[in-house]
Ligand binder design. Structure first.
Ligand code: PXG
Length: 460
């Protein structure tokens, strides 16, 4: 990340403390120490501010999570009230509290049909590790202990804990920790733009879905426990599956009695235009994982939602379920998440993302497709991607070492916009509260920065 030249002594002080003592996620620390970290000090609405007084339009809603925008009093007050009344109590030993009970009931109202029971964790990664344990336990309880292999996809991102990272198909994550663990396998993902070649999107959707069937038959259905996937792959490059894909996946999972665990960490809470990506894309999950938008990032909280197939088995077991975190259903996190869901409902943010706001966002995104550097734009609801390519027609990409996306992101930072680069795929996922005027600003800046990178690479 290109940090601004530090002007103030205060910024320098924070950068020095940070460089000396803070191990950052997914960061090359030598590089960071040389540049100094950007210090973010406050945020309001769709804007964040750094310690040098620069204002940036946050086109990524933090890390795909701040649905309601920054600085919402309702959420701060809900957290403050819970901190005063019940700053902590656990949910072990036959105990509950109003915040987690009410949040669970609210989630049953908004999650996809049949998902009615919830286990709480503190991050999307913990949610997925918990889901893997639930999947294993389910098949043990069903007296089919051989059903253990879990199939996930290339370019999937499911988090960083041991099982979540094993599910992830971003292979750069694996060697440092000797992953994946045994019992996790990966199949091709429906990346039509990158891998579809001359095939129609529809045919490619069927082909990549059938890769699941082929893998199940290769392993033997009696050995396959579950298929795990994001509705739209986020961190893997905003891969939106062709319309034929998910119907076929539903059919295959049903046919071979393979559980379908859908990772809604990015797609949940209105991002795709309905409450969950499963609703928008026609997915029939047995269980889902959610985090990020659950609290709009205001508190660390995640939840695994269970449909009746798994839920009935776990809830009717005579045996104690040996799993749970100190902070499962933490009262402050639950209070804030509940206030967040109420605010999303009150302001009709899901309806807006699926209606006028989402339509305006998609219109502005599509307008970028005429740029000579843009091979494709794609999106849904309030999420979008821009492919920067060498050849629009053949979809040929730039050489990796040119770092076109990375350099475009640098221009964005320097010009007051946060836009994520995944290779040369630029990604946007702004707060759902963004106004049309703010979207005009966002896409004006995005075009300007794509112009800058186009100029830059034409002189290399
Ligand atoms: N599942 C999905 C689909 C995610 O996107 C996780 C699980 C893990 O959540 P936690 O809360 O453990 O981080 C994620 C997280 C990026 C980026 O740069 C994306 C995520 C996290 C950090 C960075 O796109 N997604």
């Amino acid at each position: 990340m290109s940090a601004p030249i530090a002007k103030s002594n205060q910024t320098k002080r924070w950068q020095e403390m940070d460089a000396a003592h803070h191990l950052h996620p997914f960061t090359t620390h030598k590089e960071l120490a040389a540049t100094g970290a950007r210090v973010i000090t406050k945020a309001k609405g769709v804007y964040i501010y750094d310690s040098e007084g620069n204002r940036l339009l946050d086109g990524m809603a933090g890390l795909w999570c701040v649905q309601v925008g920054y600085g919402r009093e309702e959420l701060a007050e809900a957290g403050y009230k819970a901190l005063k009344e019940l700053p902590f109590y656990n949910t072990f030993f036959q105990t509950t509290h109003p915040y987690v009970a009410e949040l669970s009931a609210k989630l049953a109202e908004v999650t996809p049909k049949g998902i009615e029971r919830f286990f709480f964790a503190n991050s999307g990664s913990e949610g997925n590790d918990s889901a893997v344990k639930i999947i294993r336990y389910y098949w043990n309880l069903k007296k089919q202990p051989k059903k253990k292999v879990i199939i996930a996809r290339d370019k999937a991102y499911h988090g960083v804990t041991l099982a979540a990272a094993s599910l992830s198909g971003l292979t750069s994550m694996h060697p440092q920790a000797d992953l994946p663990l045994p019992g996790f396998v990966h199949i091709a993902c429906p990346d039509w733009y990158g891998k579809g070649g001359d095939m129609s999107r529809e045919d490619f959707g069927i082909k990549t879905a059938r890769a699941l069937e082929d893998k199940i038959l290769e392993l033997g259905p009696e050995n396959v426990a579950a298929f795990v996937a994001e509705p739209i792959q986020g961190a893997g490059g905003l891969i939106i599956p062709p319309s034929t894909y998910w119907g076929e996946i539903n059919r295959i999972c049903e046919k071979y009695d393979v559980l379908l665990h859908v990772d809604e960490v990015i797609c949940g809470f209105g991002r795709t235009g309905q409450w969950f990506g499963s609703d928008t894309l026609g997915i029939a999950p047995d269980m889902i994982n959610m985090a990020k938008g659950l609290s709009s990032g205001y508190q660390p909280i995640a939840a695994v939602g269970l449909g009746p197939k798994i839920g009935d088995v776990l809830f009717n077991s005579d045996e104690e379920w040996s799993h749970g975190f100190t902070y499962s259903g933490h009262p402050v996190a639950a209070a804030v998440a509940l206030a967040n869901l109420e605010l999303i409902q009150k302001e009709q943010l899901v309806e807006k993302a699926g209606g006028a706001s989402g339509a305006y966002f998609q219109k502005k995104l599509a307008e970028l497709a005429d740029h000579p550097l843009v091979g494709e734009t794609r999106g849904m609801g309030m999420i979008g991607a821009i492919e920067l390519v060498k050849n629009k027609k053949t979809r040929e990409r730039f050489a990796e070492d040119l770092g076109v996306g990375y350099r475009c992101r640098k221009h964005c930072f320097a010009n007051g916009l946060i836009m994520r680069a995944i290779g040369d795929t630029m990604v946007l996922s702004p707060p759902l509260v963004i106004t049309e005027a703010e979207m005009d600003e966002l896409f004006g800046l995005a075009r300007h920065c794509i112009d800058l990178i186009a100029k830059e690479i034409s002189v290399i």
